[in-house]
Design a protein around this ligand. Sequence first.
Ligand code: ARG
Length: 457
Amino acid sequence: MALWDGRFAGGPAEEMIHFSESLDVDLRMWAQDLQGSRAHVRMLGEVGLLSVAEVERILEGLDQVGEELRSGVYTPGPELEDVHMAVESRLIEIVGPVGAKLHTARSRNDQVATDVRLWLREQLTALRAELTDLVAALCDRVEADGDVLIPGFTHLQRGQPILLGHHLLAYAWMVQRDVQRIDDALRRNDRCPLGAGAMAGTPHPIDRHRSAELLDFSGPIDNAMDAVASRDHLIEATSACAIAMTHMSRMAEELVLWSSAEFALIRIGEAFTTGSSIMPQKRNPDAAELVRGKSGRVLGALQALLVMVKGLPLAYNRDLQEDRRALFDAIDTTRACARILAGQWRDMLVRRDRYEAALRGDFLLATELADFLVTKGLPFRDAHHVSGRIVAWCEEQGVNFEALDLEALRCFHPSFTAEALDWLTPRAAAERRTSFGGTAPPEIARQVAALRSWISG
Ligand code: ARG
């Protein structure tokens, strides 16, 4: 017997029961469902729609439902359709007819909207902390190995020498903005749909402001139809997750590359790698690969939600029941990835000398030659051309920049002086880039300090 079966002569088909239930997904919101029901029943009591005794009885009953769900004594089946029905029907079994008064002035439409917002608030707050810890893990790594010299790439071709700290901080700032996006999502999530009813409000003298207050929302949603039909708060949260996942996926990709024998810059901690069942030498960066792979699911979740909502006439449509499959998966996945990545950044070995010698004489110093000539008054475009000719000449000769002496340089331009040779040291090249946001050590230190103070905010 469903709670809505008054106008029906027969029950739904067995297949329909399974097709339409959402309990397998939304049962995890039982605590939020109880929280919403408690606030609703208190409000109903305060405005005089329920007596003190009725409120007390229902509250006791809700506590018992919670206890039974927590301990696993009560395991609702699919015929109950969703968590709201599961809670309410058990309540009525426990407290009797008074339990049927709980649903006064509310509908499952505003109930589900309320539950999801409560759930989202909790989850986004946790995700916020996890992403913030990822920023901290990046800062830790910068403090440990930020001075290591590496090639900076464009087009995955060696570009300019940089310090590892510079590279890692680029990610740290991206993740900081991810946290800010979560904060934005939390802000817009912070309004209460409860009491909107099916869509039109209710003739009963309820106090939606009070319900919102009891649930710690900043206020009720202004329009009852908006309250039950909109899902942009949840799309925004998933979008923030999707963007965060693109950043995490890029990091993961670099962890995979850097741990390969070809790059050989890092060794990922054993806790985050696995062996091969056939190749004994293997130490695979599975955790990073999974982060990269799982990002696809989160991006897909965002797509699923956008498409689900885009053609829906107002107000509630059952399509909306599908939202939690995408939302829960997106949040669970993003949270797990943030934790796993933070762990990997903390638990790794950086081969500190990997590039120190390898970059000496490398053509990635070509910009240095151009910049040197700029200090002698040449326009950058001309200086760039001179430097390009030097690279071409070296390639022809089969040598690198280490073969250059002052005499050779002066064949290309008379403005070269002995000092130019000092510019051809990769570390010095990185350390000279002291402009705001540059790769020089003081700029790395400034950014770590700024991020640390934001973290402790
Ligand atoms: N299980 C539904 C959902 O999760 C609850 C709302 C049902 N409302 C309705 N009018 N059928 O979206």
